[in-house]
Each structure stands twice: as structure tokens, then as C-alpha cells.
Design a protein around this ligand. Structure first.
Ligand SMILES: [Zn+2]
Length: 110
């Protein structure tokens, strides 16, 4: 079922390249590898202008991530990027105060 979701690196190649770079410079090699294979599972629906966050794993709405969850804040040149990681898996990419992401390929339309 996961296969139905597009690869984030095909939809937002620039963003994934940046994530991989930032993760490698943080010493998060394992996550840098995961970042290449993330799938775009859903978009954040908060409707805030500055927010372009997205889900990379299905997660029940409003449910805490629970044990094994950690936050990985990154230091991009612009805005804020933060990953939610559960059991070594990236489940959510927070993209805040960033220029509009450019979409490539055949991702789901807004
Ligand atoms: Zn949001």
C-alpha cells in the first residue's frame, strides 16, 4: 500500500537533497539514508501560510507518537526544518517559514 505514495525525492528533490546534506552534517547518517526513500503520505492540514509540513508515514491524527519518538531539528539556511523520528523511521517532516516548495513529477495535486 505504501507504494501508492510518491517518493518525496521525486516530488521535492531540492528539499530531499538539503535534508540529506543537513542530516549528514549532523552526523545522522542512518536518517540521511532514510531521507532518500521517504514517501509523501500526506500534507499537514493546519492551513498556516508558513507551514509546508508533510507526513512520511501514516499516523492516526491527534495521537502522540509515544516511546521511541524523537525530534531532530536541523539548521537550514532558511526557515526551519525538523524531523519527527519514531523507532529510527522518519514519520513527519516539519517545514516552516520556507519559500514555497517546488513540486516535480506526478505528486498528488493540491
Ligand atoms: Zn502545518
Amino acid at each position: 500500500m505504501q507504494q501508492d505514495h510518491p517518493l518525496v525525492r521525486e516530488v521535492y528533490p531540492e528539499l530531499v537533497a538539503e535534508l540529506v546534506d543537513l542530516l549528514e552534517s549532523e552526523g545522522e547518517r542512518e536518517l540521511a539514508v532514510c531521507a532518500r526513500d521517504l514517501r509523501l503520505v500526506g500534507e499537514c492540514d493546519c492551513a498556516d501560510d508558513f507551514c509546508q509540513s508533510f507526513l512520511t508515514a501514516p499516523h492516526p491524527r491527534g495521537r502522540p507518537y509515544g516511546a521511541g519518538h524523537r525530534c531532530v531539528p536541523l539548521l537550514p539556511s532558511q526557515g526551519m526544518l525538523c524531523l519527527d523520528v519514531v523507532d529510527h523511521r522518519i514519520v513527519y517532516v516539519e517545514v516552516l517559514d520556507r519559500p514555497p516548495l517546488r513540486r516535480h513529477g506526478a505528486g498528488p495535486r493540491m
